[in-house]
Design a protein around this ligand. Structure first.
Ligand SMILES: Nc1ncnc2c1ncn2[C@@H]1O[C@H](COP(=O)(O)OP(=O)(O)O)[C@@H](O)[C@H]1O
Ligand SMILES: [Mg+2]
Length: 301
């Protein structure tokens, strides 16, 4: 069974795409023992930083596999042309950089801010042409190959328009749109719907509420999304019991990477330093829903 591609996407920035993507990848990996690869497609490189951290991100072996190098130096395509063995070697490098203490390592295709330069020079200008660029094609092939190697491929999207976004949309099994339950962010969803008309009724699309706080008016939001009104896409983590107190639920404040400094005021180096244990039950419920939506329940305990 091919692996599933889960995209965390929203044209709006700062809505929790990266944080949710990493929290979900980590939970699928540690709690459900799935093999997981995170693909960072945002040149801001937040996911790469979160998983690799300083100073690993600058290691020569990691630089070798930055997404922009794989796509623009045709390294990935060459590796692929040499066959699967080369691809496995390419993956082993990833894994070495990311040896968390698990029997099934989590992998990462990192990115660096250099991607902006590459994209600006040769990419975005061509986005409006109907032909897909060699980089888009390489990226598509990479995603398809990763499907053969991992059970879940978690793609962290860049905000705004990006060269890779159209490929992500085409290939993804599930498109999770993180959104804060505030007016400005919900207007952003309406813009998304207007801009991407073809996604309007796409069954792969789900809103994930983030940065939920006690004053969030769930009941109102539920009503609004059911009356065909203000929330234009269906949402994740709804409960089937409308009378229940938590009619639906999002990822709350605990998931944010807020604890940047530890008690000795050292800056967190990576996600391992900030992973909030308290949110595990909520993330597990979310991951169960993701496994069910992508029909992957039977794959692991
Ligand atoms: N569920 C959440 N609750 C509280 N804060 C969050 C949550 N998710 C993200 N954040 C915080 O919001 C900011 C933006 O999150 P980030 O994941 O970088 O968003 P994006 O990838 O969409 O730009 C970060 O400071 C992050 O710590
Ligand atoms: Mg991000």
């Amino acid at each position: 069974m091919p692996g599933r591609i889960i995209a965390f996407s929203n044209r709006k920035g700062g809505v929790g795409k990266t944080t949710s993507a990493i929290a979900v990848a980590d939970t699928l990996h540690t709690q459900f023992r799935h093999s997981v690869c995170v693909v960072d497609t945002d040149p801001q490189a937040s996911a790469s930083y979160a998983l690799l951290g300083d100073p690993l991100i600058d290691e020569p072996a990691v630089r070798e596999i930055y997404l922009e190098r794989l796509l623009w130096d045709h390294r990935y395509r060459r590796a692929r042309a040499r066959g699967l063995e080369a691809l496995r070697a390419f993956r082993r490098e990833n894994v070495q950089a990311l040896q968390f203490a698990h029997d099934r390592p989590m992998s990462l295709v990192p990115i660096s801010p250099q991607f902006w330069i590459h994209e600006g020079r040769r990419g975005v200008g061509r986005m409006l042409t109907p032909r897909i660029t060699p980089q888009q094609e390489g990226f598509r092939d990479m995603l398809r190959d990763l499907r053969q190697q991992f059970e879940f491929i978690i793609v962290d999207s860049a905000p705004g328009a990006s060269l890779l976004f159209e490929i992500i949309v085409r290939e993804a099994d599930l498109i999770i749109v993180p959104c804060r339950p505030d007016a400005v962010s919900i207007w952003g969803l309406q813009v998304l719907r207007r801009e991407m008309v073809h996604l309007a009724d796409d069954p792969r699309l789900r809103v994930l509420w983030t940065m939920v706080n006690p004053s969030t008016n769930w009941t109102g939001l539920v009503a609004r999304s059911r009356d065909g009104g203000r929330v234009p896409f269906p949402m994740l983590m709804t409960t089937s019991n409308p009378g229940a107190e938590d009619v639906f639920d999002g990822i709350n404040q605990l998931v944010g990477m807020g604890r940047a400094l530890d008690h000795e005021h050292r800056l967190a180096r990576n996600w391992n330093d900030v992973y909030p244990e308290q949110v595990a039950p909520k993330l597990e419920r979310l991951c169960r829903e993701i496994r069910s939506l992508t029909r992957m329940e039977e794959r692991a305990p």
